[in-house]
Design a protein around this ligand. Structure first.
Ligand code: SF4
Length: 431
């Protein structure tokens, strides 16, 4: 590789990392003892928190060289781009330099695969070890695991990083074989399984003794590319459900396929499927916080989410026999099923009901999105929807205007979770 200035390297490697969306708020809390920086439970990714604060992390690749040739990736072996590599010492220096200048609160470190998975993982670990042990950096670190790396290296990585992630990328073995033929599904899933087991063991050990070092305290996440292959939303959402249930993942991120590469294995899409990505995030949110199961949202007859209706409203329209719900009597779980009522507004309703019966007018003050909720509720026996509870009529009212988001048109009404953010930015979205 030609000699190149460190800042130029950084520019190339930060650019190479931008397609990986699997980093966000940490969910980690670790007190600073004698190092510098704090891992905090607030978000670390470049995202907006609910109080309007932008939090940041240095998101870079250690190298954009790669011995693999994944069809969708700008860093693939066969792509003719300038290749650069940061040494572990350079990664550590850059991170500390930015941290001291207050530009960042943490590091998201990913990489192409140089030489072999083990060699690459060793370089990543050395960078993070230098930061932790030599610079005493106590801030948030999200580290990529390289599929196929030795389990001992995976274990070392989890003892140094707050969060680790290995990207599944494609929902089925067949798609992975088609677009990322160098990676096997097992090589991707195995480190996830191992991390899950190590986290469980670590949790138990730390109950016995707080001196046991923490292993990946912010858990693990993954990313799925959406729209590059033929998988339905049902396959994707069902897979996410399994990952949350069986591997206890903190987050599954969905990345709308960006057609940056020409390859006859890739679909010729005019636009990136951002709208689909947005609906998948909404469905994911329903799985994690609203008590929905994947099979309630999608089935064999309806394998894809509706483009112009959020998945919760879609579910409610298919189950009108359950509505209207009397807001003064419904349980928390039932409140969460009402379009326009989110986690926070449901909790507020429960609290406010202790003071007396709520009327429709009280609900807006509690954060309920009445333009949707009104068609599915009664308050003190009064129904405030202006039409009968009938599927076609309601659908015509609930599929509304459009709004621009991320360069595409999205229909209203929709809740607006920050697609690449974490709980902080998403919690305000009332689905
Ligand atoms: S392994 Fe595949 S996705 Fe990752 S950098 Fe290499 S070519 Fe890109």
């Amino acid at each position: 590789m030609a000699t190149i200035d460190l800042m130029d390297k950084l520019k190339i490697l930060a650019d190479g990392a931008k397609y990986d969306v699997s980093c966000a708020s940490s969910g980690s809390f670790r007190r600073n003892r004698d190092g510098i920086g704090n891992a905090a439970s607030c978000g670390i990714c470049h995202t907006w928190t609910s109080d309007g604060r932008c939090v940041s992390l240095l998101k870079i690749l250690m190298t954009n060289s790669c011995v693999y040739d994944c069809a969708y990736c700008v860093n693939r072996r066969s792509n003719d781009v300038q290749r650069v590599l940061l040494t572990p010492a350079e990664v550590a220096e850059l991170t500390i330099g930015f941290y001291r200048r207050n530009y960042i609160e943490g590091l998201f470190l990913s990489t192409g695969v140089v030489r072999s998975p083990d060699h690459t993982m060793e370089l990543l670990i050395e960078a993070v070890r230098t930061l932790r042990e030599e610079y005493r950096f106590n801030g948030y670190i999200h580290l990529k695991l390289v599929p196929g790396a030795d389990p001992l290296l995976v274990q070392k990585a989890g003892l140094l990083a707050d969060r680790v992630s290995v990207n599944l990328e494609l929902a089925t073995r067949e798609s992975l074989a088609l677009l990322a033929p160098d990676k096997s599904r097992d090589a991707v899933v195995e480190p996830m399984r191992q991390v899950n087991q190590l986290i469980t063991v670590n949790r138990a050990e730390r109950k016995e003794s707080r001196k046991v070092p923490r292993f990946a305290p912010a858990g693990q996440s993954t990313q799925l590319i959406v729209g590059a292959t033929q998988e339905t939303d049902r396959q994707i959402v069902t897979l996410s459900e399994q990952l949350y249930q069986r591997m206890e993942l903190k987050r599954v991120y969905y990345s709308a396929f960006i057609p940056v590469m020409t390859d006859n294995r890739l679909p010729a899409l005019p636009d990136s499927p951002l709208r689909r990505e947005h609906r998948l995030y909404q469905a994911d949110w329903l799985l994690r916080y609203y008590g929905f199961k994947a099979h309630e949202l999608l089935d064999e007859e309806r394998p894809n989410l509706e483009a112009n209706l959020d998945p919760k409203t879609g579910w409610a329209l298919r189950h009108l026999e359950l509505f209207p719900v009397e807001i003064n009597r419904a349980d928390y779980e039932v409140l969460l099923r009402i379009p326009g009522i989110g986690v926070r507004s449901a909790q507020r309703i429960l609290r406010a009901r202790r003071q007396g019966h709520l009327g429709i007018d009280d609900l807006a003050k509690l954060g309920v999105v009445l333009k949707r909720a009104r068609y599915f509720i009664t308050a003190r026996g009064r129904y405030a929807g202006e039409c009968a509870i009938e599927s076609t009529l309601l659908r015509s009212r609930l599929v509304g205007g459009t709004v621009r988001k991320g360069g595409i048109q999205l229909e209203l009404p929709f809740s607006q979770p920050e697609a690449h953010g974490d709980a902080i930015s998403l919690i305000s979205g009332e689905l």
